[in-house]
Design a protein around this ligand. Structure first.
Ligand SMILES: *[C@@H]1O[C@H](CO)[C@@H](O)[C@H](O)[C@H]1NC(C)=O
Ligand SMILES: *[C@@H]1O[C@H](CO)[C@@H](O)[C@H](O)[C@H]1NC(C)=O
Ligand SMILES: *[C@@H]1O[C@H](CO)[C@@H](O)[C@H](O)[C@H]1NC(C)=O
Ligand SMILES: *[C@@H]1O[C@H](CO)[C@@H](O)[C@H](O)[C@H]1NC(C)=O
Ligand SMILES: *[C@@H]1O[C@H](CO)[C@@H](O)[C@H](O)[C@H]1NC(C)=O
Ligand SMILES: CC(=O)N[C@H]1CO[C@H](CO)[C@@H](O)[C@@H]1O
Length: 365
């Protein structure tokens, strides 16, 4: 009694009674399956509910209606009408939905876990005290690796961690500091180096813990996001050049650094996802992808619903909601709709948006 194996199975049983982890109940041994696990790091683009369990402000939470209205039919912490990118990638990789790390109770870590936190940045200063910063996300992953070692033993854990894919999307919240006019402490170049430096530090930390396969999204066309357009009052609807220039600078530094890691780190394999090109194209040519609207959000207030007030739990209480979110690129003034996330997930998985490997290859190798 009290051996790791015993308590592990007890927890599984407990989870079955609570119908939390039905995948474990059907004669499945809860051992790692054939599929590579998925570990997720990042911000609101990837958060599947971690911020439901921290003390933060409404701006960093999406656990109220109308978030979650289409696929899940209830608000659950995803900044979307439905699923987000990690949900689609898990589906394509034949994994169950990957749970938020802070979800109370048993966690089936053998499939992976999601550490992403809305509002988080690569820098600890970004929304400090209100989010789980990237460094803390890494420390949670290190804890998970210890739990796995106790459950499965060293050899099996090493194999699991090396086979797993690590998906990372971070940076926009750091750049929001500069975009909202705070350039007091850094030049753009220095700031980008600091952000990317902290991302590479975390990638090295995941590698040190046993990770080998990384999927990293670059910065989207930040200047074309309705919320950012409104920041500089571009009421004519054109993208804000300074913001997109900052994203491009980040992306060029990030791709150089990933190439360096590829040469330095043992067994390193990566997929660099060109979120920028895709987002710029879909926002400016929505009909090409079957959308009716690329510049107006589905949910929020203001002429373009550019005010971040979806759900009315923050400072602004008024908001409007569109009838059919599938016609929109943006659900709120910052975050994509499920339909947009599905399209980009397919392109990341098997399309030409990612290189040198796409995610399908990363998972299958
Ligand atoms: C949560 O944050 C608020 C405001 O920042 C603070 O007043 C409150 O004490 C915090 N609660 C907990 C449980 O930490
Ligand atoms: C500007 O950014 C620095 C560094 O992130 C921060 O310490 C400072 O509080 C910020 N100033 C304002 C006015 O937001
Ligand atoms: C990471 O960010 C901190 C500020 O939070 C900065 O002082 C440090 O130099 C950065 N690290 C790297 C490797 O750039
Ligand atoms: C749109 O407005 C911004 C400033 O508000 C200006 O810099 C830009 O040139 C305008 N674009 C067009 C196409 O008129
Ligand atoms: C919503 O829009 C999508 C995309 O245009 C369309 O396929 C779907 O039929 C629409 N749904 C409803 C209920 O009108
Ligand atoms: C420079 C510019 O585009 N200014 C506009 C800001 O927005 C107000 C109304 O929202 C317009 O009246 C200004 O022309």
């Amino acid at each position: 009694m009290g051996s790791p194996k015993f308590s592990f199975c007890f927890l599984v049983l407990f989870a079955c009674y609570g119908i939390l982890i039905p995948t474990c109940c059907l004669g499945d041994t809860c051992q790692p399956n054939d599929h590579a696990a998925l570990f997720v790091f990042g911000d609101s683009i990837f958060d599947v509910g971690n911020n439901n369990y921290i003390n933060t402000t409404a701006d960093n939470q999406a656990n109220f209606s109308p978030y979650g209205e289409t696929f899940f039919k209830y608000p659950n912490g995803r900044f979307s009408d439905g699923r987000v990118i990690p949900d689609f990638i898990a589906e394509y990789a034949k994994l169950p939905l990957i749970q938020p790390y802070l979800f109370p109770g048993y966690q089936r870590y053998v499939d992976g876990v999601n550490f992403a936190s809305a509002g988080a940045g690569a820098l600890v200063e970004t929304h400090q005290g209100l989010v789980i910063d990237l460094k803390t996300q890494l420390s949670y992953f290190e804890k998970v690796s210890e739990v796995l070692r106790q459950e499965l033993g060293d050899a099996e854990t090493t194999t699991l961690l090396a086979k797993a894919v690590y998906l990372i999307n971070i940076g926009s919240n750091d750049y929001e500091i500069i975009l909202s006019g705070n350039t007091s402490t850094y030049t753009a170049e220095k700031f980008v180096d600091t952000v990317v430096g902290n991302i590479t530090t975390v990638i090295k930390g995941i590698h040190r813990t046993g990770g080998r396969k990384f999927g990293v999204l670059n910065q989207p066309a930040m200047g074309c996001v309705p919320f950012v357009k409104a920041l500089v009052n571009a009421s004519n609807g054109s993208c804000v050049e300074e913001a997109s220039a900052l994203a491009k600078l980040h992306n060029s530094v990030l791709s150089v650094e990933l190439d360096k890691l590829n040469k330095e780190l043992k067994g390193f394999k990566y997929s660099y996802v060109d979120f920028f090109s895709f987002s710029f194209d879909v926002i400016n040519n929505p009909s090409k992808y079957g959308f009716k609207e690329g510049g107006v959000a589905c949910c929020g207030s203001g002429p373009n619903r550019e005010i971040f007030s979806c759900g009315g739990k923050g400072a602004v209480k008024d908001y409007e909601l569109c009838e059919n979110s599938s016609e929109y690129v943006f659900f709120d003034s910052v975050h994509p709709t499920e339909r947009l996330d599905q399209i980009i997930s397919q392109l990341m998985w098997s399309g030409n948006l990612a290189g040198p490997y796409n995610l399908k290859t990363l998972f299958e190798e």
